[in-house]
Design a protein around this ligand. Sequence first.
Ligand SMILES: [Zn+2]
Ligand SMILES: [Zn+2]
Length: 270
Amino acid sequence: MSDHRPSPFPVLLNNDVCSLIQAATDVYQIRFKNRAANAYLVRGSKRTIMIDVGLSSNYPYLVECLAHLGVSPADIDMVVLSHEHLDHIGAAYHFNGRTIIAAHRLAANKIMLRDDFSMLRKMFNEPDVPIDIDLWLEEGNLIDLGNFRLSVMYTPGHTSACISLFDQDKGLLFAADTLMPGGVMGGVFGSGSISDYIQSLERLRGLDSKILLSGHGRLSDTPHDDVRIALQRSHALLSDTAQLFDALDARSNFEPIMQSVRDLNKLDDS
Ligand SMILES: [Zn+2]
Ligand SMILES: [Zn+2]
């Protein structure tokens, strides 16, 4: 979707590595120019949180952006991780023991077990250091920052462990890799599934959202258009994968597995 309107979101800082953009009052996007995902700061009247923090190598620039807003890492009450991919969470270990780090139960488990394959460690070339998850989140949890109330929505599909955060009163939707501007799809990784993805998008479509704050790309003030396009694309992906599955002659691949299950049953009978 090409869109030549001027962005309604003011850029507060811009250097070679990142830019700091205001999304709403007391809500900021830190957008990195390398492969790191966007990080967000929400400065509530009672609590200040970050949602995702990007790659570990970007941490000095993250700190610089926070300093521009008069915030130090010690002021962050909680870091919420959207899912287990290291482009979103690599820098989280810098917060170990200094603040509460929270993630969905399934992401927490992968991060705790240092499941490098699921976290895409090789892809992002991140150091092998533990990230401590202090709080396991579930659908229906609510993070109350005073003037912001963020509902935790379990939105699997991109992986099994994705969450989105939604502020109903302000219409702010933090959707990480589940919904991106222009309806760009986040892809379906090992633990995810396209049908879960579609169900999650359907749930996001039902929200009265005004601003979409995604894991990658710009801020969007057209979340309803974005989710409509993403749903079209995800249904197309579902039918493409069905054709691919047919083309793979899946039956011959599954036959040895089915045979070994049948053998197991025989042994149990004897
Ligand atoms: Zn991801
Ligand atoms: Zn991502």
